[in-house]
Design a protein around this ligand. Structure first.
Ligand code: SAM
Length: 217
């Protein structure tokens, strides 16, 4: 999976993408993020990419540098590819949609991270295939939202998770009927006077399965 990320702050991805599971997925070539700094596509003084919003306060990301960046990526890839825009106005992300996006976004795709009051609507009309929100609240810019979306997506790529079965059976998975997972425990068996539920240490697999079903929420 190769994702072309158009952002004002590509450096915001560095820490997360160089650590843990995402870092290993990148090292293994399973996930390839490529960054495009929006300022590099500006034709204005000092690389300005925003302008005053019409009819309201605030700044909006101008259409020209965004369209230039998008066409630049299309040219590099050699074809038109899906474009995602992270926005609180988009479809709120749920696990079932992550699974659908994973099916649709297998090869190259673009993610646009917004800032200020967002991006000019005409870019959305002309280029954006999927407008995605990570929840009903407003962040200052799209970089964190893009990382949330990509993390949820990338863990579906075969080989990314050490234990692929954890993907099948976890909160909101089909196998758990889209419910929240049962509580989980590890050693020690007794911690600060609290014991692990007896059934989990019994070795009785059928009873453990029943316990798990009973403890979904
Ligand atoms: C300050 S927000 C713009 C909010 C916009 N004026 C509104 O009210 O819908 C700036 C950028 O942050 C990103 N963003 C903020 N909240 C988000 C969310 N819940 N989901 C996805 N992206 C978000 C988007 O890329 C957005 O363009």
């Amino acid at each position: 999976m190769k994702v072309h990320i158009i952002s004002l702050f590509p450096e915001a991805f560095e820490s997360y993408f160089s650590s843990s599971i995402l870092g290993r997925a990148i090292d293994a070539g399973l996930f390839q993020p490529v960054f495009y700094k929006l300022h590099d596509f500006s034709e204005k003084k000092f690389g300005q990419v925003d302008d005053k919003a019409y009819g309201m306060h605030g700044q909006v990301i101008s259409p020209e540098p965004l369209s230039k960046a998008i066409h630049h990526v299309f040219q590099i890839v050699g074809r038109q590819i899906p474009v995602v825009y992270m926005t609180p106005r988009g479809e709120v992300l749920h696990q079932s949609q992550v699974e659908t996006y994973y099916e649709h976004l297998t090869d190259d795709f673009i993610i646009i991270c917004g800032h200020y009051e967002g991006i000019d609507e005409r870019i959305i009309e002309k280029y954006v295939d999927y407008s995605i929100s990570i929840g009903e609240y407003v962040l200052t810019s799209g970089e964190i939202a893009a990382q949330v979306f990509l993390d949820a997506l990338v863990r579906h790529i075969p080989g990314v998770l050490g234990n692929p079965t954890s993907l099948e059976e976890e909160s909101f998975s089909k196998k758990l009927h889209r419910q929240k997972e049962y509580p989980v425990y590890t050693r020690p068996e007794i911690f600060e006077g609290m014991a692990v539920p007896e059934v989990l240490t019994s070795g009785n697999h059928a009873a453990i399965e029943c316990w798990k079903q009973d403890n979904l929420s």
